[in-house]
Design a protein around this ligand. Sequence first.
Ligand code: ATP
Length: 475
Amino acid sequence: MSTDQNKFQAIISHCKEYGFVFQSSEIYDGLSAVYDYGQYGSELKKNIKDYWWKSMTQLHENIVGIDAAIFMHPTTWKASGHVDNFSDPMIDNKDSKKRYRVDHLIEAYAETLPEAEGNAVLAQMDELLKENDFAGLKTLIEEKKISCSVSGTSNWTDVRQFNLMFSTQLGSVTDEASEIYLRPETAQGIFVNFLNVQKTGRMKVPFGIAQIGKAFRNEIVARQFIFRMREFEQMEMQFFVRPGTQKEWYEKWKEERMQWHLSLGTDPSKYRFKDHVKLAHYADAAVDIEFDFPIGFKEVEGIHSRTDFDLKQHQEYSKKKLQYFDTEINQNYVPYVIETSIGLDRMFLLTVCNAYEEQDLSTPEKADSRVVMKFPAKLAPIKLAVFPLTKKDGLPEAAQLLVNECKQYFHCYYEEKDSIGKRYRRQDAIGTPFCVTVDHQTKEDGTVTIRYRDSMEQERVPLTEVKNIVLSKIM
Ligand code: ATP
C-alpha cells in the first residue's frame, strides 16, 4: 500500500504558505479538525462550488437547487435514523485513554502487513462490521495484538457505538429549551422540502433537488488535514424516480458523476469506483468514487440508492403525505431516490493534490526549480496576472488599464515588484494560468508577452486579444 506522506506534508505546508488553508483559530493553537480557507483557498473553493452547481442545475432542466437551514426540527433526525443509527463503533485504550474508530484502527494495522495478508484482515473486518458483531471485532483486535499508538498496549475496552451528531439548545430559558442538532448531512433539508419544491416548481418525476451547505460531524479520528473535518461542506443532489427504475438511474448517475470528475482533465487512472460492503440503513446499493490521494485511494463522493426510506420515514413521523401523482401511469407513489453526495472540502483537497507539482528546472549552467499548481484554468483562484516590465515610462498605467478591462470578467492580479522571473514563480505557486507582461514594445505596436503556466512558453499577442484568450480557456 503505497502512500507518499512527504508529498502530503509538502502540500499542507504549501496550502498554508500561499494562503489556501489555515488551521482554525491558529493564534489559540487551533481547533482540532476545523480549518479556515484563506484568500486563494476561498476563491478555489468557490470556483469548485460554482462548477458543480452549474453542472447540476443550469445544465439539467430537471434539477433545481435549494438552500435549506442548518437547524432542523429535531424529529427530522429521529425519522432519518440518525438519532439511533448515526454512530461508529469505537474502542478505547484503557492505558492511554485514547479513543479509536474500530475500522480505522484495524485498517491502519492492515496497512503494515504484506498486501495479501492485509486484505484478508480487511475482509474479516468488513464481514464483522456488516453483522454489527462488536464482540467479534474486539476478538479480532485482540487476536492480531493490535496496539495503541500512544501507550503501545493492547488493553482495550469493549467496542461501543458513539453518535456523531453535535447538539445544542434552541430557546433561551433552560426548561423550555429543546435539544436540536447541527445537521450531519444536507440531504434531509431536501427530503423535507420535497413537496414544496415539486408543487411550486411543477416538477415531474424524474427530477432532482441540489444543495450545497455545511454539515457537522463529531468525528473521532479527525486527522489528515481537510480530508476529515468536524465542520465541512457537502454538495448533494437527490434525484426522485419512479419505483422500480432506481437501478437504471443509479447506473446513470454513477457514470455521470465520474464524467464530471474527468471533465476537469484529471488522469482517469487516479479514479476508481468502490462498492460498499456494508450498506447504510437506508440504501439498496451504494458506491464510492475514490481518488488516488498521496495518502492512498480514498473516498471523495458517494452515490447511493436510498430507496423510498427517507420520504416514507418523514411521512410517518410528520403524518403528512409525501407522495407524487404520476399522470403517465395514473398512480400515486412515494418516489425512490438516487443521491449523489460529494464533500466540497475533499474535492478541494483532491484538486490541490492533483495540481501540486515540484519541478526541477536546472540547466548545466544554473540550478533552478519551481512549485507549480496546475489547476484547471476554470478553477484557478486568479486567472490572469498583469506585470509592467518596469515601474516607469507609463508601463504601470498601461498594465492597470488592461486589469481594469479584464476584472469585470475574471479575477486578475497586478504586480510590479521584483523581477519578472520572481513574479512568474509566485503566480505558479498559486496556480495562475496566464501572466501578461507590458513592456516598451507594447507602446509601439500594441502587443504584450503572454506566458503560459504549464508549458512556461511565451508569445506575443495583441493587447486587445488578452481578454478573449483567457475567456476562451475558462468558460
Ligand atoms: P467516511 O467514510 O469518509 O466517513 P462517509 O461515507 O460517512 O465518509 P457520506 O456520509 O457518504 O460520507 O458523505 C458524503 C461525502 O461527504 C463524502 O464522500 C465526503 O466527501 C464528505 N464527507 C463526509 N464526512 C466528511 C468529513 N468529516 N470531512 C470532510 N468531508 C466529509
